[in-house]
Design a protein around this ligand. Structure first.
Ligand code: RIB
Ligand code: CA
Length: 311
């Protein structure tokens, strides 16, 4: 029985690779893709989500438009990382598949209410605005969520958008604080682990060697968005943040981490959006998240490349 998931996303080149990995994997049933404002404005993330579905041959996929701004703050975007369109690198044509008419938040609520409790996993790859809005509007769905597996946060790796905050959490810290405190089983892929999933030249060459449009697009996307991390961190390639979420669903033993308490800072301008992980368990705060710290990078890229070969 495939695992039912909803992907909530702000594409973004790494979101694109995550979505392709999910659509290439029969172990997963993608019930819908909900777009949120993040890397680029919502008008582009909903466009990009459809481009990715069409690239995967899935123009039948339900793509839903979500929230265009954080719960309580102005939107901060990341064109400096992902380019003006959010999918810079290769030339992209506008999608022709339709958007769904239902709002993404209504789709999330309806899907969780319509499925047996504990059978739908939420996979947020961007700011948590859609998820928090759904929980606020329909608190009854919180207990129905099987698990949330998200990309966001940082502890030992500290921040990528401020000295202390990772982008997805920083954009909507109030939403993140509410999701982290909701009591849903949580698996977190922070920068601590995603910065170890680097698309080195050899790994990008393996994408190209697939000899497919998917392989070529993924190679061009990673070659584009690696500049930011190479300049900032001296990385050996683009960190494939969001695909870690999907890879965990397919092969959880690729990842190691700790079940600890994680609280999101919302009160301090200096550390806004910081995920304060009690890694050494020095407080009496109850653990609420499986916070990942390491990945078998070769195994991750072997899985990813093998699955992309199927598209
Ligand atoms: O900080 C990395 C995260 O922010 C990734 O999800 C990337 O796509 C951006 O949304
Ligand atoms: Ca993302």
């Amino acid at each position: 029985m495939p695992r039912k998931i909803i992907i909530d996303t702000d594409p973004g080149q790494d979101d694109a690779v995550a979505i392709l990995l999910a659509l290439a994997s029969p172990e997963l049933e993608v019930m819908g893709i909900t777009a949120v404002a993040g890397n680029v404005p919502l008008s582009l993330t909903q466009r990009n989500a459809r481009i990715i579905c069409e690239l995967a041959g899935r123009s039948d996929m339900g793509v839903y438009v979500g929230c265009d701004a954080p719960l309580a703050r102005r939107l901060v975007t990341a064109e400096h990382v992902h380019g003006k369109t959010g999918l810079d690198g290769p030339q992209m044509v506008d999608p022709t598949m339709p958007l769904q008419s239902r709002h993404a938040v209504d789709f999330i609520i309806d899907t969780l209410r319509g499925a047996a409790p504990g059978t739908v996993t939420l996979c947020p790859l961007g700011p948590l605005t859609n998820i928090a809005t759904a929980f606020r509007r329909a608190p009854d769905i919180i207990a129905r969520v099987q698990e949330i597996v998200l990309m966001g946060g940082a502890y030992f790796q500290v921040g990528n958008i401020t000295p202390t905050a990772e982008f997805n959490i920083y954009v909507d810290p109030e939403a993140a604080a509410e999701v982290f405190a909701a009591g849903v089983p949580l698996v977190v892929m922070p920068l601590d682990v995603t910065h170890k999933a680097l698309a080195t030249q050899a790994r990008v060459d393996a994408f190209r060697a697939l000899g497919s449009r998917v392989g070529d697009m993924v190679a061009e996307w990673t070659n584009f968005f690696e500049r930011f991390d190479k300049e900032k961190y001296g990385s050996a390639g683009a960190p494939l943040h969001d695909p870690c979420v999907i890879a965990y669903l397919l092969q959880p033993d690729l990842f190691t981490g700790r079940h600890v308490n994680v609280v999101v800072e919302t009160g301090s301008d200096l550390t806004l959006g910081m995920t304060v992980a009690d890694w050494w368990r020095v407080t009496d705060r109850a653990p609420n998240a499986m916070f990942m710290g390491d990945v078998d990078a070769d195994g991750f890229f072997a899985l990813l490349t093998a699955r992309l070969a199927r598209l």
